[in-house]
Design a protein around this ligand. Structure first.
Ligand SMILES: *Cc1c(COP(=O)(O)O)cnc(C)c1O
Length: 399
């Protein structure tokens, strides 16, 4: 690598940052001079969250106590915050409820989808490359519902569908490689076979347009602590398409989803609407931290976020090509924009050790066994100079 190239890329980065309309959003977060490329695992802290959480604890809990279920809007928070997430994933209001973990919501959604499909359909398809928890839950859901589980890659889904298929559980973006799957066409294929499509949006929500309503997705789940910056363990969400809500039969019917929760009835009767996806008492502290965190999206268009995300990952790939010695890394993330999420995964020898050294030098990504370096690009707070520095430090580390 020549000195000239180094300075050229640094100058380009500076120009790109100057022309970036989203650059001012960085001030909505608490950040230091570390290059933080792990927002696909835990998003950074939005600056307004600490004061909000302090108010929730000191005033709402400390002073108002039980009154806060009504007066501070605790009781209605799961649907209110769901409606705040809705525009980010292309959903009209009234279809998303926030609560529980992604793992738990995968269970609700998948069993719910199998029940919608009816007795005649005896097979569930699951993404063979899925994040492990989705696969474990799918296996248990299949056993509980007496269906057969078949693991297939997303590209094999169309040819694996039949009139036996009840439901298909897919990831919008692969957590390991950053590959973006074709949600519109896969959903259409699932529907053409008469089955139900369940999408996991953990690695796409907040990074790119999803279009749940537009593409007729049946059920979807996602976490809120990655690109939505809700904080460690912040509650996940469940989307049930409006026209399916009346038939959605949750496998975890708790008192919170009862039509009359304070009727304290022996018999269960489901509430209508998104509320039906609730289980028990919501985790208010994390939920209200998430609500504050979502305010960073005020006035932000997800289309602009996607454009910047692609520009960031394009620039990272270019810088890696320039700074990293030939053959030292292999890119697992597709080059084609329509197949790329908001992360770049590089296969690398001694990846665990390499990532440890990067972190020591102020470039934070993560390592996924056995040999993958993951770099997540959150357009709300990552800039082009960060990208250039990360690639340069990687090149020097692999020197
Ligand atoms: C991050 C992630 C999860 C996390 O599940 P939790 O229940 O929140 O631990 C699940 N699925 C996918 C695809 C993920 O990327």
């Amino acid at each position: 690598m020549s000195e000239r190239h180094v300075s050229e890329l640094a100058v380009r980065a500076e120009k790109l940052d100057t022309g970036d309309d989203l650059a001012p959003l960085r001030s909505r977060f608490v950040l230091d001079d570390v290059v933080y490329l792990d927002g696909n695992s835990l998003g950074a802290l939005p600056a307004n969250v600490p004061a909000r959480v302090a108010d929730v604890i000191r005033r709402q809990w400390g002073e108002l106590r039980i009154r806060s279920w009504e007066e501070s809007g605790w009781w209605t928070a799961p649907e209110r915050i769901g409606d705040r997430i809705a525009p980010l994933v292309g959903a009209a209001p009234g279809q998303i409820v926030v609560g529980d973990s992604t793992s738990v919501n995968v269970f609700k959604a998948l069993v719910g989808a199998v029940r919608l499909a009816g007795q005649d359909r005896d097979e569930i398809l699951v993404d063979a490359t899925t994040f492990p928890t989705d696969g474990y839950i799918a296996e248990s859901a299949a056993r509980l519902t007496g269906r057969t589980l078949r693991a297939v890659t997303p590209s094999e889904v169309p040819s694996s569908l039949s009139d036996r298929t009840a439901a298909v559980l897919l990831n919008h973006v692969d957590y390991r490689t950053g590959r973006l799957h074709d949600l519109p066409s896969l959903t259409a294929a699932v529907h053409a076979a008469g089955a139900y499509a369940v999408w996991d949006l953990c690695h796409s929500a907040g990074a790119l347009p999803v279009g749940l309503d537009e593409h007729g997705v049946d059920l979807a789940v996602g976490c809120t602590y990655k690109y939505l910056n809700g904080g460690p363990g912040s509650p996940a969400y469940l989307y049930v398409r409006g026209e399916l809500q009346d038939r959605f039969d949750s496998p975890l019917p708790g008192w919170n989803s009862h039509a009359e929760p304070f009727g304290m009835r022996t018999a269960y009767a489901p509430a209508s609407g998104a509320l039906r996806g609730r289980v028990g008492t919501p985790d208010i502290l994390s939920m209200l931290a998430l609500e504050a965190a979502l305010e960073v999206w005020d006035g932000v268009s997800i289309g602009a976020v996607r454009a910047k995300s692609l520009a960031l990952t394009d620039f990272f790939l270019e810088c890696v090509g320039e700074y990293v010695g030939e053959g030292r890394v292999e890119c697992l993330t597709p080059v084609a924009h329509q197949e790329r999420g908001s992360q770049v995964a590089l296969r690398c020898e001694d990846a665990g050790d390499v990532m440890r050294r990067l972190i020591e030098r102020g470039v934070v990504g993560d390592f996924r066994a056995p040999d993958v370096l993951r770099f997540g690009f959150t357009p709300l707070y990552v800039g082009f100079a960060d990208v250039e520095r990360a690639a340069r430090v990687l090149g020097e580390t692999l020197g």
